[in-house]
Design a protein around this ligand. Structure first.
Ligand SMILES: [Zn+2]
Length: 322
């Protein structure tokens, strides 16, 4: 069937803890293929999930006769993977600039007898109050020469290529780990930036305080899909964790991996630095799920058994992108 390839289904076993969870219960009375008509199948589930801009939420579908779940939101596929013998689970994110309101998550559930059921879930996207930062940079950082614009185009194209194809298999396992030991620096995820009086794109990651030369480790298992040096992001590594989930590491000074490498959680990717357009050494850590820019700290808090981070430690304030 031509449409089939647009979906992917995970059947790997997983253990996840510390979740915000939305459960959808699929209750099949008997085998739909053997009974008279679909009215014999009673399906019930929670129909609404909530997520903040830049946040994550988990969606669970369960039922004794459930074999597969395939999901789609807008033009993006949502990957489900097995979570015990009778359940499947997906993580869904809302972009940092997602319009508050209701988005639809379309589900196609397949029973063990092959009978399919179409269902939908309303994802309520809630607005979040992000900080606003105003600062000035020297005019030469703001006025682009032809060469700079060409550099920026090259940067955008490289990232677009990296994000274009995520492997369908889930490579990661909870929990996610911090890429550097230090806490968040001055510039948090989603900050609305006004540079030299002009509103700019919101901050699409979290800046972690990291003195130059700090080892930057993989937040989880993944495939290296980009290693390069760029105008804004400086030395950059992007990992594909499968199922449309990527993490990004910017302003690096020295690479320890190559494009195509499969890395494990905790493997050193690079050393931190102050490359690209920054005011000083730090690690910009970013995450992307189904092309939504999400707060990477959500991976630590929502996908992990770890306690939320204790108060700030080892913070060097005010280092950020320019
Ligand atoms: Zn940053």
């Amino acid at each position: 069937m031509p449409g089939e390839k647009l979906y992917a289904v995970w059947k790997v076993k997983s253990e996840m803890t510390g979740l915000r969870l939305i459960s959808i219960f699929l209750i099949l009375f008997g085998h739909p293929g053997l009974v008279q008509g679909a009215d014999k199948n009673k399906i019930s589930w929670e129909k609404v999930a909530e997520v903040f801009q830049g946040g994550l939420v988990q969606v669970k579908v369960s039922g004794p006769d459930l074999a597969e779940v395939e999901g789609r939101m807008g033009s993006e596929r949502v990957y489900f993977y097995a979570d015990g013998p009778h359940a499947l689970r997906a993580i869904v994110g809302a972009d940092v600039e997602a319009k508050p309101g209701v988005a639809k998550l379309f589900l196609r559930l397949t029973g063990r007898d092959g009978v399919q059921h179409k269902r939908e879930l309303s994802l309520r996207i809630k607005s979040k109050a992000f900080r606003q930062e105003s600062f000035n940079v020297p005019p030469n950082f703001d006025q682009m020469t032809a060469e700079t614009l060409e550099e920026i185009r090259r940067e955008q194209a490289a990232f677009t290529r990296a994000f274009a194809a995520s492997v369908p298999e889930r490579l990661w396992e909870a929990p996610f780990v911090r890429p550097v030991p230090q806490e968040a620096s001055a510039s948090s995820f989603g900050s609305r930036r006004i540079i030299n009086g002009t509103p700019r794109a919101p901050h699409s990651g979290t800046d972690l305080s990291a003195p130059a030369g700090t080892e930057v480790v993989a937040a989880n298992q993944g495939r290296v899909v980009l290693v390069g040096n760029f105008f804004f992001a400086g030395g950059s590594v992007v990992l594909d964790h499968g199922g449309g989930l990527f993490t990004m590491y910017f302003h690096l000074s020295e690479f320890k991996v190559q494009d195509g490498d499969l890395v494990n959680k905790g493997d050193v990717l690079a050393l931190s630095g102050a490359t690209g357009r920054v005011t000083g050494a730090h690690l910009h850590w970013g995450a992307r799920l189904a092309n939504a820019r999400i707060d990477p700290m959500e991976l630590l808090t929502q996908m992990s058994a770890e306690e939320p981070p204790m108060g700030a430690r080892n913070v060097i304030p005010n280092e950020r992108e320019k």
